[in-house]
Every structure is written in structure tokens, then in C-alpha cells.
Design a protein around this ligand. Structure first.
Ligand SMILES: [Fe+2]
Length: 217
């Protein structure tokens, strides 16, 4: 299904957007990091990457809209934890069941912790948008503390998670699938991962731990 025509009717895309937007507003306190600001960014960028790589545009758009609903179900969870809610939203909004299952597979495929070099074009578009959000230089400055709060993690745990999940993918050369994204954003990604490697080292210093405890209390 390699067409730029609409696999999903635009009214259905709008219904999914409305449903996810309402959920994000309703549970804004629980979605400090993965709220509408994140979903909206990933959706806009994923559509751009899909336009570039020939992936199915509306399927990618809807996948982006529902990719992080797992954080509504369970803190600090994999995408798969949101499968039931994801399929429920898609069904309610009129996405045909076989397309809904395809979207759920794309979301799983695009997950940073498990994604491989060879994933579908739709998953590549979604992954690049989600990865770009992680690599933005503003993310550690204005959003990292929200990730900690949302998911109940310590700074040490988040540093280990980011370095553990992202450094190999980065070093093996498929951090971004889109070559233009790789050329444009690799410097940001490298700086971001270097920062998190440094944070991981810093939290091994007992005096830094004391400092963090003092700030937290
Ligand atoms: Fe995401």
C-alpha cells in the first residue's frame, strides 16, 4: 500500500485528533512529557517524513496521534501497554479494524527500545519524528524534568535508559532513517547523547548525589 492518497478518510483523522486531544487535556497532569505538545510535534514531523519517503500519509498521521497512549494506561510503559486503548480509540473514530491493527504494528515497530535497521516506511516516518523530539536541544532543558515526574524515574534511571536505548542505535547508524534528517539533526543527537552520558557519569559522584538530594528536598 504505497500511495500518497488517503487510506483513512480525513474526517476520521479529525475524529482521532479530537479524541486524543481531549484525552491529553483531561489527563494533562499525568502527561507532563507525552501530552498534546509532544503528540502535535510528532504528528507534524511524521507527516513531513512520510511525504518524503512515500509512506502512507494518513496512516502515519493517525499512528503519530495514538503512538503514546500507553502513558495514559501505565507510567513508564512500552507502546504495547497502550494496545487496547489505541485500538479502542481507532474503532470509536471509525478506522477499519485491519488498518487499526496495521497502525498498532507501526507504533510497536517504531519504538526506540526495540527498533531495528529495517522497519517499514511508515514506522520510519513515525520513528524519525519521535526521535527528533528526543534529540531537540531544548528537550533536556525544558522537558526532561517533566519526563522524570510523569514516569516516576530518578535522573540516574533516565540517564541509564537514554544511554542504554539510544547510544547503540546512534552508533550503528540508524538513529534517523531519513538521510536529510540524519544530515540535519545528527549534531543535535550527538550532543544530546553526550550530555546524557555525562549525566550518567555525574550521578556516580557522591557529592553530586548530595547536591541532587539537597535540590529535591
Ligand atoms: Fe512519542
Amino acid at each position: 500500500m504505497r500511495t500518497q492518497e488517503s487510506t483513512i478518510d480525513h474526517a476520521v483523522v479529525g475524529a482521532v485528533e479530537g479524541r486524543v486531544h481531549r484525552l491529553c487535556r483531561q489527563y494533562a497532569d499525568r502527561l507532563q512529557f507525552h501530552g498534546w505538545h509532544h503528540v502535535g510535534f510528532v504528528r507534524a514531523k511524521a507527516v513531513g517524513f512520510a511525504r518524503h519517503n512515500g509512506a502512507d500519509l494518513t496512516v502515519v498521521e493517525v499512528a503519530a496521534l495514538v503512538h503514546d497512549v500507553n502513558y495514559l494506561v501505565l507510567r513508564n510503559s512500552p507502546a504495547a501497554a497502550g494496545q487496547s486503548l489505541r485500538l479502542e480509540i481507532l474503532a470509536e473514530c471509525g478506522v477499519p479494524p485491519h488498518i487499526a491493527r496495521w497502525i498498532d504494528e507501526i507504533v510497536d515497530e517504531a519504538e526506540m527500545a526495540t527498533r531495528g535497521r529495517d522497519i517499514s516506511l511508515e514506522a520510519q516516518a513515525l520513528s524519525d519524528a519521535d526521535t527528533l523530539f528526543k534529540a531537540l536541544p531544548v528537550t533536556p532543558v525544558v522537558l526532561a524534568h517533566r519526563y522524570l515526574r510523569e514516569n516516576g524515574l530518578s535522573l540516574r534511571e533516565l540517564a541509564h535508559k537514554i544511554v542504554g536505548e539510544q547510544c547503540d542505535v546512534h552508533d550503528e547508524g540508524y538513529y534517523f532513517y531519513n538521510p536529510e534528517a540524519a544530515a540535519t539533526y545528527s549534531r543535535w543527537a550527538t550532543a544530546n547523547l553526550q550530555l546524557w552520558r555525562c549525566i550518567k557519569e555525574a550521578v556516580d559522584d557522591p557529592t553530586v548525589v548530595e547536591l541532587l538530594d539537597a535540590v529535591a528536598s
